[in-house]
Design a protein around this ligand. Sequence first.
Ligand code: SF4
Ligand code: SF4
Length: 377
Amino acid sequence: MAVPISQMWTVATYVLRQRWSGRKRYPLVLMLEPLFRCNLACAGCGKIQYPAHILKKELSPEECFRAAEECGAPMVSIPGGEPLLHPKIGEIVAGLVKRKKYVYMCTNALLLKQKIDLFKPSKYLTFSVHLDGQREHHDFSVCREGGYDVAVEGIQEAVKRGFRVTTNTTLFDGADPNSVRTFFDEVMSMGVEGIVLSPGYTYDKAPDQKHFMGRARSRRLFRAILSNRKKNWKFNMSPLFLEFLMGKRDYQCTPWGSPAYNVFGWQKPCYLLQDGYADSFQELLDTTEWSNYGTESGNPKCANCMVSCGYEPSTVDSGFGSISGILAMAKATLFHSYPDKGALDLLNQPVAPVHAINPLIQINAPQTVNSLEETHA
Ligand code: SF4
Ligand code: SF4
């Protein structure tokens, strides 16, 4: 496992403190979105579709610090939009690091080389670089030729300067598991600390609604990718979450585990859905109808969801919250190759090239919204 011991210790002791204090719902990772605008226009992105006056808005450093202190989570993920476009991103990150938050700054890295002097290497700071696969696949996914090469240059510069760096990959329907496995070899050879993975989620606002996966298809893809694992692959994620993606475990969503704060306030109920906003974190906890969310709720918006912001906190709570959870994590960490003949067979099955079934989406073109149901998988 790639997560440093000091970070694991911080998270483990935090989880135990929450459990011992009898707190039923607690945050693990604050999803802090200081702005929505971006210098890319990926087909699967639900953030950049806001009108121009919203895309111009930004959180101030003080608003970011207040949110971090109010919720108290030990980790802060800064997605967006592209956080490097925020004129005060250096100040925001430095302030969070000063507060001893483990910060994951998510970036497409197009500006990383140019802006890297705004940051200082720290055990509390990780650049989480958006790379959706091998060169051709990534460039197609982000609708930018040459995007992969610029991102890799950014990764190499950050690694050279002693920063913690992970890659962050979202997998959509049609992903070729063999290509993804080769991609893992490539990113590990860049010297990154680990890989972060997530299945795509159907955003109402995303222009490409056709190629998100149902749960069964997600499990099949992740089983093919993550079984028969190579020793040099490191994942900056809960090992139980990876088992969840492979279909070896089941969990209920804990959306309060990764609360989202952005220019509208605290988003209900999670980073993905927008069923209103609260003015404070406590109000978010108190006024959200949590039973309406998660796959078991019957809410169609949650039916296919397996994303990390909903389910990784569930695995961390379960992993650090009981002896059996600790043993399961130790087993998953020590014996993590997952030999699986059936998964090897899956790798030998033909895959339609993703570009053949996933034509480039024009952002402004009207799209037909297809709902993917579990039974479609
Ligand atoms: S880089 Fe991220 S925020 Fe920017 S368009 Fe792509 S998915 Fe959206
Ligand atoms: S299942 Fe997914 S979409 Fe639904 S609340 Fe959980 S994280 Fe959000």
